[in-house]
Design a protein around this ligand. Structure first.
Ligand SMILES: [Zn+2]
Length: 447
């Protein structure tokens, strides 16, 4: 008997965790950070992992980590949170599969007991390793990542898991196809159809067409009216347009894990005769991912210690950077684009900024008005007279694209997750929509 159980992602965006079990075999898809009751108690200024040794325990206490039986390494379970259910060393084969390198899909992967192998695509592993080494470690202990190559399924007991690449706003994203003795289950991970690699998402549809169960993300169903998606190419085009009209320094706020867009911005800046200067930690990340000629600050511009340390560690590992002095930027601001450190706002005062200058916000931090850093960020830009301009592109399929996808896949059953509004997913005749609940083991054969 194959069962499907959800330990996160219901009625919320993010925190996906799906356990598919057959006999002693158990496959878990994703291990994202939970957001408890819609309010993130660990948001700044509190901070994740602020109490060493209690990183997982505190999350369990506030309901921000799921109580998945037998999953966690007991060393993260002090006595006040350890229960028989959590610490039971369940028999059988278990494995965890991570769809992509976003915190709401992998943020708790560092707490899994070492006997549970943790799989991700080679690109995702490369990204997460580079983040680990450049000062953005996974919470807990870095898992011993195992690669799952598209086209090379992994067997866990009677279950077979195949990674299917999809387009999302981070490299290496994939969905999964789980083949069980009772039928086939597909999980989208996060995906979109308006990015540069949309063909991957279309290939995903073709590969899973006719599955018994589709578990789909439904992020964009959350809002009414539903926002029209901005294409990835439009985000880059808006950056080009800003560079064309700007005279002075241009600031950008990019999300570093979206390395494809970051690379496109570097190219756009170069085409406009400018160099894009990264904070040290971000420069170290890109250098570790194999980028050539990554530009960061030299010692003339004081940076927060995490940036200096990331650069020093990377140089210690033999990586080299191009550096720029603060005087060079002050002397000729029109030859540069700068990504500021959003958590070191006074450092904006180092830069030659004033009325008429622009910060192009392209899905970087602070992420939006729900982010506690947003208000001070806006206030600082306002004080300096810098105009905030938006040039983002989301990572999630539009409602229309989701509906077309479900129609083409035509599953017997669809579970919409990773959305505030799963009931907004419309399904074609012949497909049954199930709004999943916690604590229920859905039997595949009886769905
Ligand atoms: Zn994502």
């Amino acid at each position: 008997m194959t069962t499907i159980e959800f330990f996160g992602g219901l009625g919320v965006i993010g925190s996906s965790k799906i356990v598919i079990a057959h006999g002693d075999a158990r496959v878990q898809l994703d291990m994202g950070l939970d957001i408890p009751n819609g309010e993130d108690l660990m948001a700044a200024p509190v901070g994740l992992g602020s109490r060493p040794g209690r990183e997982l325990a505190d999350l369990l206490r506030i309901g921000a980590a799921p109580r998945v039986p037998g999953l966690y390494d007991p060393r993260w379970l002090p006595s006040d949170v350890a229960s028989d259910e959590l610490t039971t060393d369940a028999a059988g084969e278990h494995a965890l599969f991570i769809s992509h390198g976003h915190l709401d899909h992998m943020g708790l992967a560092g707490f899994v007991r070492p006997a549970v192998p943790v799989y991700a695509t080679p690109q995702t592993i490369a990204l997460l390793r580079a983040l680990q080494l450049s000062g953005e470690p996974v919470l807990g202990a870095e898992p011993d990542w195992l690669p799952i190559e598209p086209g090379a399924p992994v067997t866990v007991g009677d279950l077979t898991v195949e990674a299917l690449p999809v387009d999302h706003d981070v490299v290496g994203a994939c969905g999964f196809l789980v083949t069980t003795p009772d039928g086939r289950i597909a999980f989208t991970g996060d995906l979109r159809f308006h990015g540069e690699e949309a063909r991957l998402s279309r290939d995903f549809i073709a590969a899973v067409a006719g599955v018994d169960v589709l578990i789909t993300e439904g992020t964009t169903l959350s809002w009414e009216p539903l926002p029209a998606p901005v294409a990835e190419s439009d985000a880059v085009a808006r950056f080009h347009a800003t560079l064309d009209e700007a005279r002075g320094l241009v600031l950008v706020a990019l999300y570093p894990r979206n390395t494809l867009r970051a690379g496109a911005f570097v190219e756009a800046a170069r085409a406009a005769g400018r160099r894009l200067v990264w904070p040290g930690r971000i420069a170290a990340l890109f250098a570790r991912l194999g980028w050539e000629d990554v530009v960061t600050w030299d010692a003339s511009r004081p940076q927060a210690s995490d940036h200096r340390e990331a650069i020093a560690r990377a140089e210690g590992d033999g990586l080299r950077f191009s550096t720029v002095s603060i005087d060079a930027v002050r002397a000729d601001p029109g030859r540069f684009v700068v990504m500021p450190d959003p958590h070191d706002l006074p450092s904006l005062l180092d830069l030659p900024l004033g009325p008429g200058d622009v910060l192009l916000h392209s899905n970087g931090q602070p992420l939006g008005d729900f982010d506690t850093w947003w208000r001070p960020f806006i206030a600082w830009l306002g004080q300096l007279g810098v105009e905030l301009r938006s040039a983002g592109s989301g990572g999630h399929a539009s409602a229309d694209d989701l509906h077309a996808m479900v129609e083409q896949i035509a599953p017997r059953v669809v579970f919409p997750i990773h959305t505030f509004s799963p009931r907004r997913l419309q399904v074609p005749a012949g497909t049954r929509r199930v709004i999943a609940e916690y604590g229920v083991k859905y039997r595949l054969a009886e769905l």
